[in-house]
Design a protein around this ligand. Structure first.
Ligand code: TYD
Ligand code: MG
Length: 473
């Protein structure tokens, strides 16, 4: 059989060259050549159809109406981790390809090991392929996890793609973890493991075998610090489901959310906490964040949405005189550009200019909030910090929606800011309000209670300003 050869294909124009070059000879773009395997025309059993076969040799197929397509009842494989099953849409679909992306050290190996442990305990055939750690290292992790079922997981420590494919064919697990897609490599390509060509080849070949043998595969992929699914981004169109594992390594809270799911909604998110015996699902995150909220100047509670679930988190801001031009904007847990927009609106329409101040903003607990509903919380936290007025809702007669009153609970809010200073409605207002009420936050500023940022600011600060004045008198 002829040896497969590789070519370098330009991802911009499709030009092919036998050797790599920095600049594509076809379109003169830089860094677009990606190595690909060019299989010789005939390929053994189970391989792709031979290329270049004339249309005359292929028999035409008859299209059928979608209503006549026979669907089989999907029996999902439950991982036993409620939050993960939820995000997947009810468990792993047999034969599906799931990409789990996350920064190094976030807990991808821990989560997938825990999932396999539960599946093994439920009598499923599994396989853990580690291309990063030795079997002994995986065992050490498994020993930390509670239950002991993790020690029953069959593992191989292997970096060679062809060996892994052969093992899949002989073992035929129902669920397999590949940890990680960037460290496996095919010997047919000369490029380094983790390069775009290798990652694409590895995922493509694994998918081919997995779909043929109906093996569900959890592909682990590393993500750069900037949040891009670096290599694996090229895989997003290929896989059935993309899960993103987020959080800060130094903090304990982590969230898993689906950013693509062919078998379920992408609205779900799961919250976990890293303990010394593995990841633990966090079911009462709101309660914890609210009880920890400082109620000091610069702090406000945001009624955020984690997927389709409301979550109360504390947003903190610090404003201090700056000696730098331009002044510093340090943001954790929020989108920097969104914060810049909010600060601009705050200056223009809220009368709080921060041109000569450093602004630090943090979502407490390492939670990441990626939704416009956080705008008002940022604005109120920064305004509160700048004016040094604590936003507590004493008694309950403040401008928000009040439904009774525990004395001195933190002020809560949500809402998007428009560029003209108006507050815009965001999704799931009812669920956010219900969550706030559940945890005793009776004063909530939101787009239905206040139409503009200015109105919300005077409701939040005006009252405080009066009480400060009273305290001074
Ligand atoms: P790991 O799952 O190896 O992360 P990833 O595969 O995403 O790179 O582990 C993440 C971190 O969690 C690691 O620094 C060790 C820590 N850890 C715990 O705190 N408790 C535990 O029970 C385990 C297994 C790991
Ligand atoms: Mg790992």
């Amino acid at each position: 059989m002829a040896r497969p050869t590789t070519v370098h294909v330009c991802s911009a124009c499709g030009h092919e060259t036998p050797r790599w070059a920095g600049q594509c000879p076809g379109c003169s773009e830089w860094n677009t050549l990606v190595e690909e395997v060019r299989q010789p025309a005939s390929r053994g059993s189970g391989g792709r159809l031979s290329r270049g076969s004339a249309a005359s040799r292929a028999g035409a197929v008859r299209p059928i109406a979608l209503g006549d397509v026979v669907t089989e009842e999907q029996q999902r494989l439950r991982t036993g981790i409620g939050e993960l099953d939820n995000v997947l849409g009810g468990g792993i679909v047999p034969g599906s390809l799931v990409l789990i992306g996350g920064a190094p050290g976030i807990g991808k190996s821990t989560l997938t090991t825990m999932a396999l442990a539960n599946l093994v305990a439920a009598g499923r055939r599994t396989l853990y392929v580690s291309a990063e750690e030795s079997a002994a290292q995986i065992r050490m992790r498994a020993e930390r996890l509670s239950g002991g079922a993790a020690l029953q997981i069959p593992v191989i420590a292997e970096t060679d793609l062809q060996t892994v494919l052969a093992t899949l064919e002989s073992e035929r697990p129902e669920v397999c973890v590949i940890d990680s897609v960037q460290t496996l490599s095919s010997t047919e390509l000369t490029s380094a493991p983790g390069s775009v060509g290798q990652v694409r080849e590895v995922a493509g070949e694994i998918m081919r075998v997995a779909k043929a043998l109906r093996i569900a595969v959890l592909l682990v992929g590393h993500v750069t610090k900037e949040g891009a699914l670096a290599g694996p981004r090229v895989l997003e169109h290929l896989v059935d489901c993309v899960l993103q594992f987020e959080g800060e390594r130094e903090r304990t809270y982590r969230t898993v959310r689906a950013i693509k799911n062919r078998f379920g909604s992408t609205n779900e998110a799961g919250v976990f906490e890293m303990h010394d015996h593995g990841l633990v699902e966090v079911l009462d995150a709101s309660a914890r964040f609210v009880s920890e909220a400082t109620r000091a100047a610069g702090s406000v509670v945001l009624c955020a949405m984690e997927g389709s679930r409301p979550l109360l988190v504390e947003v903190q801001a610090l404003v201090s005189a700056s000696e730098l031009v331009p002044p510093r904007r340090v943001v954790a847990g929020l989108d920097r550009n969104r914060v810049a927009l909010v600060l601009a609106v705050l200056g223009r329409h809220g009368g709080i200019g921060l041109g000569a101040a450093d602004v630090f903003i943090n979502v407490v607990g390492g939670v990441r909030v990626d939704e416009p509903g956080a705008d008002l919380a940022v604005a109120l936290a920064v305004a509160s910090a700048a004016r040094r007025i604590a936003l507590v809702a004493a008694g309950g007669a403040a401008g928000g929606v009040t439904t009774g009153g525990t004395p001195d609970h933190p002020l809560a809010c949500f809402g998007e800011l428009g560029l003209t200073g108006e507050l815009r409605t965001v999704a799931h207002a009812d669920r956010r309000l219900a969550e706030a009420e559940k945890f005793g936050l009776t004063t909530v500023l939101h787009p239905d209670s206040h139409r503009t940022l200015r109105a919300a600011l005077s409701a939040a600060l005006g009252r405080g300003e009066r009480s400060v004045a009273r305290a001074a008198a």
